[in-house]
Design a protein around this ligand. Structure first.
Ligand SMILES: Cc1cc2nc3c(=O)[nH]c(=O)nc-3n(C[C@H](O)[C@H](O)[C@H](O)COP(=O)(O)OP(=O)(O)OC[C@H]3O[C@@H](n4cnc5c(N)ncnc54)[C@H](O)[C@@H]3O)c2cc1C
Length: 501
């Protein structure tokens, strides 16, 4: 019997454990799988609160349809019929611009404008700024070795104002990041491919649109980063051509997937342990093969829990945030531990607030709005949840969700419930004219939640992979490495499981 321990019971860890135990059953493999989770609940960043007819998501609220791993998992768990798209009837997204909400222009393809008239009409850019965007047609592609920041890249193609007013709020909404730090290669590699292959972003986006129309008029395309930005922006970007939502979620919230997974894991006999924070991992060296010769000849490890207990394992999947994985490996491999802990994470919070329809200062006729960094607000975006998902609030009520916290701004945020609630109320008062007190509210604080794939991230991943070669039977999964969206995290768990199998 081979013992595999998964550390971390977020979506990546649960997906890894599911893949292992499913394969063990299908192929009659002698595997014993344990999942250790520090918290007293499963799902990590996926938390759904259901109260008084409201469905309130604390973390993610949808996942991308076109990255197949989440839909496939839902199918296997019998949840496919419960998946719903976002409201097809009121798909507006707004951008805060000079304290006013202006509609995001139509015709963006994977964030890049591809329609002339909506860009001419938009109030988000001045005439000279629009003309500067047009230069993208004529600028040669820049031969570059290596990586470049997202901000730099988009600014040199479309102009700084187009970046700051239009593209930055869409992009940084996804990572809560700073576009001038984020690695183009790790976040939106297709943009650079468009430049190299088609000679510009608009030409590349037009080619992508034509290809998509030829391949399948009804199919969504991958949103950048695989995550919906808070106000559901990629759904708006997906554009008018089809009503088939590119983002999905189970009727009663994403926790349905977590519940489905844990139920299935219990059926498969997986040992599921909550309140089981791991403290460190020790290699059990074979005395006949001292560590100088090979790191772990037998591939066996001892996992020490904070409570003082320990478990032995033949293999381990570390499905915690990268910095936590780094801490667990500190004694085993200080170099690897350092690399893992060097991946920065940004803290964020969501504040959901319910109001009577009568208390709203304006109709919530869309998915919400995003806030460019240059507006100087502490909030990043506001989702109009009860419009995006009409069934998630009673009929005469409205549910809003304010996102707070982005890279470089963390020191300015009061990271406590009362302070965050005040900040969210101030945001909706200023922008939406809502003065009333919310009927109910929920604050979720996510400390070090959003990994930042900054410049140098791809090289760091190479060093991490090289270091892992010394530790047979240890694999990594989760949002810290190659994608932060739920489908990516599921995929990372499956890949870690496959590697060990
Ligand atoms: C506010 C917010 C909104 C988002 N919106 C979307 C969205 O709409 N769509 C989308 O696709 N994605 C979204 N994301 C991203 C997505 O939710 C996350 O990237 C994903 O859920 C991360 O899953 P994970 O399993 O990698 O990590 P986590 O969910 O962080 O799970 C890791 C687990 O490891 C546990 N752990 C840590 N240390 C230890 C230890 N020492 N011992 C044992 N256990 C430990 C933690 O308690 C945690 O449960 C959002 C994220 C946030 C924060």
């Amino acid at each position: 019997m081979q013992k595999i321990v998964v550390i971390g019971g977020g979506i990546a860890g649960l997906a890894a454990a599911y893949h292992l135990s499913k394969k063990a059953r299908q192929e009659n493999l002698p595997l014993e799988v344990t999942v250790l989770e520090a918290a007293n609940y499963w799902g990590g960043k996926i938390v759904t609160d259901r109260v008084d007819g409201f469905v309130i998501e604390g973390g993610p609220d949808t996942f991308l349809r076109s990255k197949p791993w989440a839909v496939q998992l839902c199918r296997e768990l019998g949840l496919e019929d419960r998946l719903q798209g976002t409201n097809p009837h009121q798909k507006n997204t707004y951008v805060l611009h000079g304290q006013r909400l202006r509609p995001l222009p139509e015709g963006l393809t994977m964030m890049v404008p591809t329609q002339f008239m909506p860009m001419l009409r938009t109030g988000l850019l001045s005439w000279p700024q629009k003309a500067r965007m047009g230069l993208d047609f004529f600028l040669p592609s820049r031969p570059l070795d290596g990586d470049e920041s997202l901000g730099n890249f988009v600014s040199r193609r479309l102009g700084r104002s187009a970046y700051e007013n239009l593209i930055e709020p869409l992009m940084s909404g996804i990572y809560a990041g700073d576009g001038d730090q984020l690695s183009l290669q790790s976040t939106f590699p297709y943009l650079r491919e468009w430049e190299l292959k088609h000679g510009g972003l608009v030409k590349g986006a037009l080619a992508a649109r034509r290809l998509r129309a030829r391949q399948s008029p009804a199919a969504g395309h991958p949103a950048p980063g695989g995550v919906s930005s808070p106000a559901g922006v990629p759904a708006a970007i997906a554009s008018s051509a089809n009503n088939r939502s590119i983002f999905l979620t189970p009727t009663n919230g994403l926790a349905e997937i977590v519940d489905g997974l844990t139920a299935r894991l219990s059926d498969f006999g997986v040992d599921l342990r909550l309140n089981a924070a791991v403290q460190r991992i020790e290699a059990l060296h074979d005395p006949a093969n001292p560590p100088e010769q090979t790191s772990v000849p037998a591939g066996r490890y001892r996992i020490w829990l904070e409570k003082g207990e320990s478990l032995s394992a033949d293999a381990i999947i570390l499905a915690t945030p990268a910095f936590a994985a780094g801490q667990l490996l500190a004694e085993l491999d200080p170099g690897l531990s350092h690399e893992l802990q060097a991946i920065p994470y940004v803290s964020t919070a969501t504040v959901s607030m319910a109001y009577r329809q009568a208390d709203l200062g304006r109709p919530l006729d869309g998915y919400g709005y995003v806030i460019p960094r240059r507006e100087g607000r502490k909030a990043l975006a506001c989702t109009w949840t009860s419009t995006k998902f009409p069934h998630r609030a009673p009929q005469d009520s409205a549910l809003l969700r304010v996102f707070i916290g982005r890279a470089g701004q963390e020191a300015e945020i009061p990271w406590d419930e009362a302070g965050l609630l005040e900040l969210a109320k101030e945001e909706v008062r200023l922008t939406l004219g809502i003065d009333a007190s919310p009927l109910l509210w929920r604050v979720f604080i996510w400390e070090r939640a959003m990994p930042q794939y900054n410049i140098g991230h791809p090289q760091r991943l190479e060093r991490i992979e090289a270091a892992l070669q010394r530790w047979p039977g240890i694999a990594l999964a989760g949002n810290g490495y190659r994608g932060i969206g739920i489908p990516d995290c599921i995929h990372s768990g499956q890949q870690a499981a496959e590697y060990l199998l």
